[in-house]
Design a protein around this ligand. Structure first.
Ligand SMILES: Cc1cc2nc3c(=O)[nH]c(=O)nc-3n(C[C@H](O)[C@H](O)[C@H](O)COP(=O)(O)OP(=O)(O)OC[C@H]3O[C@@H](n4cnc5c(N)ncnc54)[C@H](O)[C@@H]3O)c2cc1C
Length: 631
C-alpha cells in the first residue's frame, strides 16, 4: 500500500458497528469476501435483534455490501449454459405448479400478480438467479445506529406514471401506490435552505486541473463557464449549446429533421450541425442517464431526452418538458418489488400500503415455503424449459434450475419467461430457430450504481452542492440521495447525520458501435475487483469533497457497488440502425423483439426486453401481455 492509498483509507476496515444488532463478532464468510469488516456494537434495530450477524447476512440480502447487483454466484451458471454446459443428472422435486415464472424482476413478479388476478388460487413458483428478488429493482439498506438509510441499487423511479398502461396502473393502484402524493414525502426545501445546487467537477486528467464549480448554468451559462478550467473557445461552444431557441436544422421540415436525427449520433449532430469543436466534447461525453456514449446515442433519442442543442429544433418530443407524474421511493422501485412480493406472499412481511412498505422487515425464510400458494425461490438459475411432449398438445412444461450446484426439476401448467430475452435461446432449445434468432438480438446496456454511506454531509453544505456531474472521471455523477420521508422512514435533516451518496459509472469505449461498447462494458464490470472500485470511489470523493472537509479514510462507512452487466433494455431499428431505449415507431413486423416474444405452446415471454423499452412500464406492460398470451 502506498501513501496515497493510506490517505484514502484503502484497506481500512469499514466499520459495521452501526448496522448489525449488537453481536460483537468479527465477520467472515463468502458474503463478505469483497469488503473488510470489524466488530459490531450498537444494537438498536428491534427487527434485527435476536439474530446473529451471520444469520442476518445469510437471510437479509438488502444489507449486504461489497459487490452487489449481479453479485458473485448469480451469473456463473447462466454463463456455463451459454458456453455449452448441460446438466444431465437432474433431481425431480415432484413439485407442480399452475405457473412457473423464470425471473423475479419487476416483470416476473408482475406476471405472477396478473396471473393471480385472473386465477386467485393459482399456485405459482418464481425462480431467480440472484440472492434477492426484484432484478434491477434492488434495495440497498444501511444502518447507522438506530437509523435505517436507504438507497437504490438499480431502478430509481416511476419516471412518468402517465406512460404506464391500464393494467400497470390497476396493479399499482391495488398495491396502494399513489404517485400523485410524491410532494408529501419529498422535503423540497431542505437542500434549497442549505444553498445546495448542482455542480460540475473538472478532473485534471481531462481538463488540466481538479476543480469543482457549483451552480451549474447559474446565474447564466456564460457566468458559470467563466469559473471553469475550460478554454475560451470551449466555453463559447457550451454556452451556445444552452441557448434553447436556436434551431440548428432550420430549413428542414419536422419529418426531415426526424429522419436526419435518426440517422446520426448525438455527437455527430453536435459537431456537424451545431458546430461544436471536437475538443469541447469532453464536457458532453457523460451520458449516464442512458448508459451509452454520445457517439453511439442517436441524435433523435438525445432530442427526446432534451439534450443540449436540441431544444430549439421545435420537435415537440422532449420528455423533460412535458408534464410528468413522477414518483420515487427512498429505495427506488424495489419498493414496488417488495409490495408485489408482500401481496403475493402476505406472510413475508407485515403491513399493507405504500408507506409502511419502506421500513417493513421482510422475512426471507418465508419466501419459499410449502404452505404458501406462491413461492419465490432465489439463487436458482433456470437452465432448461421444455414441454412434456409435443408443444402443440402438451399439458405441462418442465423447468430445470441449478441451485447450490444441483440441477432440480419442477413442472408447471404454464410458464412465463421473464428473464433476459437473449438467454432464452439457450434455456429453451425447442423454440423455432427464427424466434431464437430474434431473441438473440436483444440488447442490454451495462452500468453501475454505487451507494456510499457517509458519516455526515458537511462537505456538501460547505461546497454548496447536492449533485455533481463528473465528465471524464471514473464515476460520471455523484449525488446525495433526495431527502424523502415516508411512513416511519425519515431522511437526514441535519448535515451532522449520516447520509448516502449515489454514484453512477458507465463503462464507455468511444469509437466502437453501441453493441461493441456494451460488450466491452460487461467485461469491464465483471472483471473489475471491489478494491478497484473502492480505490476509485475514495479517490474521486477525496478530490471533489476534501476542500469541504471530507476525509475518505474517516468519513466513508460502507460501500455497495451494484453492477448491472445486463442493464437497460435497448432495441435497434432494423431500417435506420438507430439504437434506442423506446422503440415505439418500428413497424411490428420488422421488430425482432416482437418476433422474439411470440408465445410458444404453454410458454410465453415477458421482461422489458420484450418491448425493447428500458423503463419499468415496459417490464410491467410485457408481464401483462405475456400472461394474456398464455393458452
Ligand atoms: C441501474 C438501472 C437503473 C434503472 N432506473 C430506472 C428508473 O429509474 N426508472 C425506470 O422506469 N426504469 C429504470 N430502469 C429500467 C428498469 O429497471 C427495468 O425496465 C425493469 O426493472 C426490468 O425488469 P425486468 O423484470 O424486465 O428485468 P430484470 O429486472 O432484469 O429482471 C429479470 C430477472 O431475471 C433473472 N434471470 C435472468 N436469467 C435467469 C435464469 N436463467 N434463471 C433465473 N433467473 C434469471 C435476472 O437475473 C433478473 O433478476 C433501470 C435499470 C437499471 C439497470
Amino acid at each position: 500500500m502506498n501513501r496515497r492509498d493510506r490517505k484514502l483509507g484503502i484497506g481500512r476496515s469499514i466499520s459495521r458497528r452501526d448496522f448489525i444488532g449488537g453481536v460483537g463478532v468479527a465477520l467472515s464468510g463468502s458474503a463478505l469476501s469483497s469488503c473488510s469488516w470489524v466488530e459490531t456494537e450498537s444494537p438498536l434495530d428491534p427487527g434485527l435483534l435476536g439474530r446473529t450477524s451471520q444469520d442476518l447476512l445469510d437471510n437479509y440480502p438488502p444489507i449486504r455490501t461489497g459487490l452487489r447487483g449481479s453479485h458473485a454466484g448469480s451469473f456463473e451458471v447462466a454463463h456455463q449454459l451459454r458456453n455449452g454446459m448441460r446438466w444431465d443428472d437432474v433431481e425431480d422435486t415432484d413439485e407442480s405448479y399452475d405457473l412457473v415464472v423464470v425471473g423475479g424482476g419487476l416483470s416476473g413478479l408482475s406476471a405472477a400478480w396478473f396471473y393471480r388476478e385472473a386465477v386467485p388460487d393459482a399456485r405459482i413458483l418464481i425462480l431467480d438467479n440472484h440472492d434477492d428478488f426484484g432484478g434491477h429493482a434492488k434495495r440497498n439498506e444501511f444502518w447507522h445506529g438506530d437509523k435505517m438509510l436507504l438507497s437504490t441499487g438499480g431502478t430509481i423511479n416511476i419516471e412518468d406514471f402517465n406512460q404506464y398502461g391500464e393494467a400497470a396502473k390497476r396493479m399499482m393502484g391495488s398495491l396502494g401506490i399513489e404517485p400523485s402524493r410524491y410532494a408529501e414525502f419529498l422535503d423540497e426545501e431542505l437542500h434549497n435552505s442549505l444553498g445546495l445546487q448542482r455542480g460540475i467537477f473538472f478532473d485534471r486528467e481531462t481538463f488540466g486541473t481538479d476543480r469543482l464549480v457549483a451552480g451549474t448554468g447559474e446565474p447564466s451559462w456564460r457566468e458559470f463557464l467563466a469559473k471553469t478550467p475550460l478554454s475560451q473557445s470551449a466555453r463559447e461552444d457550451i454556452a451556445r449549446l444552452h441557448e434553447p431557441h436556436v434551431d440548428y436544422l432550420a430549413g428542414l421540415r419536422r419529418e426531415q429533421k426526424r429522419d436526419r436525427l435518426r440517422h446520426m449520433s448525438y455527437q455527430d449532430f453536435l459537431v456537424d450541425s451545431v458546430g461544436i469543436k471536437p475538443e469541447s466534447l469532453a464536457m458532453l461525453q457523460d451520458n449516464g442517464y442512458w448508459a451509452i456514449g454520445i457517439d453511439a446515442l442517436s441524435a433523435w433519442s438525445a432530442a427526446a431526452g432534451g439534450a443540449p442543442g436540441t431544444q430549439g429544433l421545435g420537435l415537440g418530443v422532449d420528455r423533460e418538458s412535458r408534464s410528468r407524474e413522477y414518483f420515487r421511493f427512498p429505495d427506488g422501485n424495489s419498493s414496488i418489488a417488495r409490495l408485489l412480493v408482500r401481496s403475493l406472499i402476505p406472510a413475508v412481511a407485515p403491513g399493507k400500503g405504500m408507506e409502511d412498505i419502506v421500513t417493513a422487515r421482510f422475512d426471507y425464510d418465508r419466501l419459499d415455503t410449502a404452505e404458501s400458494p406462491v413461492r419465490v425461490r432465489l439463487e436458482s438459475t433456470v437452465v432448461d424449459v421444455r414441454h412434456r411432449g409435443d408443444p402443440e398438445t402438451a399439458k405441462e412444461v418442465e423447468i430445470t434450475y441449478v441451485r447450490d450446484g444441483r440441477a432440480q426439476r419442477v413442472r408447471a401448467g404454464r410458464t412465463v419467461l421473464a428473464c433476459y430475452n437473449m438467454a432464452i435461446p439457450y434455456l429453451c432449445e425447442e423454440l423455432p430457430e427464427k424466434q431464437k434468432q430474434a431473441l438473440s438480438q436483444s440488447l442490454k446496456a451495462p452500468l453501475i450504481y454505487t451507494s456510499v454511506l457517509i458519516r455526515n454531509w458537511h462537505s456538501f453544505v460547505k461546497l454548496g452542492v447536492n449533485s455533481v456531474k463528473c465528465p471524464g472521471s471514473y464515476f460520471s455523477s455523484i449525488s446525495l440521495t433526495p431527502p424523502m420521508s415516508i411512513g416511519d422512514y425519515h431522511h437526514a435533516k441535519s448535515p451532522d447525520e449520516a447520509n448516502i451518496l449515489h454514484l453512477t459509472r458507465i463503462p464507455l469505449s468511444p469509437g466502437l458501435s453501441a453493441q461493441e461498447q456494451w460488450k466491452a462494458g460487461r467485461q469491464d464490470l465483471l472483471t473489475t475487483t471491489f478494491e478497484t472500485f473502492e480505490r476509485n470511489i475514495r479517490d474521486q470523493l477525496e478530490r471533489i469533497l476534501s476542500p469541504g472537509g471530507f476525509d475518505p479514510a474517516r468519513d466513508i462507512e460502507a460501500i455497495t457497488v451494484n453492477r448491472w452487466p445486463h442493464g437497460y433494455a435497448y432495441g435497434q431499428n432494423p431500417e435506420t440502425g438507430e439504437i434506442s431505449y423506446q422503440m415505439d415507431e418500428v413497424a411490428p413486423e420488422k421488430a425482432p423483439w416482437i418476433a422474439g416474444r411470440r408465445p410458444f405452446g404453454r410458454i410465453s415471454i415477458a421482461n422489458s426486453d420484450a418491448a425493447a423499452n428500458a423503463m419499468t412500464e415496459g417490464a410491467i406492460g410485457e408481464a401483462h401481455r405475456a400472461v394474456m398470451d398464455l393458452k
